[in-house]
Design a protein around this ligand. Structure first.
Ligand code: GLN
Length: 462
């Protein structure tokens, strides 16, 4: 990552990123650009450097913001008509911390509306294309951010991961994607999806860069009571795995998983062996229920979080309505995408009296069993290894008519989200057709840096 100093001008770094964004416009990574303000900030940083004043660890580094992070730079749309004209009155804590270190937002990236999806096809503003193949999806929901980093437009970009939205697009585009421990990074100022699994993380091209970005964003924030203490404090080189053992989750390596994906994961396991880890195959039978648990818990929380969009306080308001109920109905009908509505309906159903015990409560109990299953394994292993998704990037339109098929894409990422554990999507190889494939390293809560240090060792030594 190039950082501005006496020899490298912040203005040049930002201009270069803006030029590349234009060059790659056809991929549709961005919903809006932040050109004037980005250049103005770069000039300020260059002036400070010339005067010998301190400028921070990310001086002049351009980055891209998933368009569900609130900031004063342009509208935060969450890729939905509902928020098309929404100018946020606050800036997300994560963004503030990066800006305080000199990083500069050049634009806001595309996503599935309200982060509901795994392909960035659910955006009100159109689809984002895969960096390796224009006919394929970028993955999602943070598709725009993943592609912006993969194309080299920016050295890093922010995403949010509720059930895989950072890890899966990272895998589909061959970049690092960090989904931190729940509570590592403040959720303040990010459009809420499912509050008990929402995590804020980043895309980058090396483990070291990803670590620096996360280190800056992480830590206690009085505006988000779920944030953890500041544990993200070490250098990756200071970390030594205690057990030198990694468990390969075989439940995710069998039927229904693309053969090339399986072989790329196995190759990565060999690399781990080469750098001194013992690999053992492990079983996690409860994992097969994770998708069912997730698609009850998550819509329930989505339904609650999206109830605030009523056309009264902010966001879209229907132009035509007869009475108050009509105002709500028409506003929500026009402002939400089909997938948003589907989740609101499922969520309200599983929370409704008579069904609450059978669905929501049962799902929460099963969630505890899932957490116990992961805890048991992570007593024996430093980390767990598995694919990120059952397949490489699929074709645009391939899964859109079948929501269940689309949800199956999340089968390997949602378990970790439900446990609150960290997971890093590490670029690991390409299929014969040239499609990137990543692997997932999963760890115990607060072991985020251990995962990145393992990835770094493989990156540099295997
Ligand atoms: N694809 C998953 C879903 O649709 C994950 C979304 C996310 O992490 N924001 O729920």
């Amino acid at each position: 990552m190039k950082i501005a100093d006496k020899n490298t001008k912040a203005v040049e770094l930002v201009r270069d990123a803006l030029d590349k964004a234009k060059k790659f416009e056809a991929y549709h990574c961005f919903i809006s650009m932040n050109e004037a303000r980005a250049l103005e900030r770069a000039r300020e940083i260059d002036k400070k450097i010339a005067k010998g004043e301190p400028v921070g660890r990310l001086a002049g580094v351009p980055f891209a913001l998933k368009d569900n992070y609130l900031s004063r730079d342009g509208n935060t749309t969450a890729a939905a008509r509902m928020l098309e004209d929404f100018a946020a009155p606050i800036t997300a804590t994560a963004v503030k911390r990066l800006e305080a270190e000199g990083a500069i937002v050049i634009g806001r990236t595309n996503l599935d509306a309200f982060a509901h999806g795994g392909s960035t096809e659910n955006s009100y503003f159109g689809v984002t294309h895969n960096s390796a193949d224009m006919e394929r999806v970028s993955g999602g929901s943070s598709g725009g951010s993943a592609v912006a980093v993969a194309l080299g437009i920016v050295p890093f970009a922010l995403g949010s991961d509720t059930g895989g939205s950072i890890r899966q697009p990272a895998s589909f585009n061959g970049v690092y994607g960090v989904k931190p421990t729940y509570g590592a990074v403040s959720r303040y100022g990010v459009v809420a999806m499912a509050s008990s699994t929402d995590t804020m993380g980043c895309f980058a091209t090396t483990a070291e860069d990803a670590d620096l970005i996360m280190k800056i964003m992480a830590g206690k924030d009085e505006k988000d009571s779920t944030t953890l203490d500041d544990y993200w404090t070490k250098d990756l080189d200071e970390i030594t795995p205690k057990k030198k053992k990694i468990g390969l989750i075989t439940d995710f390596m069998g039927e229904g998983v693309d053969k090339e994906v399986v072989s790329i994961v196995k190759d990565y396991a060999k690399k781990l062996e080469k750098v001194g880890f013992e690999i053992e195959e492990v079983k996690l039978p409860i994992a097969k229920y994770a998708l069912a648990i997730y698609y009850i818990v998550q819509p329930a929380e989505v339904a609650s979080n999206l109830s605030r969009y009523d056309g009264i306080r902010y966001g879209h308001r229907a132009a035509e309505f007869d009475d108050l109920a009509g105002l709500y109905n028409n506003t929500r009908d026009e402002g939400f995408m089909t997938e948003n509505k589907r989740r609101i309906m499922i969520g309200n159903f599983v929370l409704s009296s008579g069904f609450y015990d059978a669905y929501y409560l049962k799902a929460q109990k099963a969630r505890t069993l899932l957490i116990n299953g992961y805890n048991e394994l992570l007593e024996k292993y430093d980390a767990l290894l598995c694919p990120v998704a059952p397949n490489p990037a699929f074709k645009i339109g391939e899964n859109t008519s079948d929501p269940l098929k689309m949800y199956l894409e999340d089968v390997m990422t949602v378990p970790t989200s439900l446990t609150g554990m960290p997971s890093v999507s590490v670029p690991a190889g390409k299929t014969k057709a040239g499609l990137p494939v990543g692997v997932q390293l999963i760890g115990q809560r607060r072991d985020d840096q251990l995962l990145l240090s393992i990835a770094k060792t493989v990156e540099e030594q295997a």
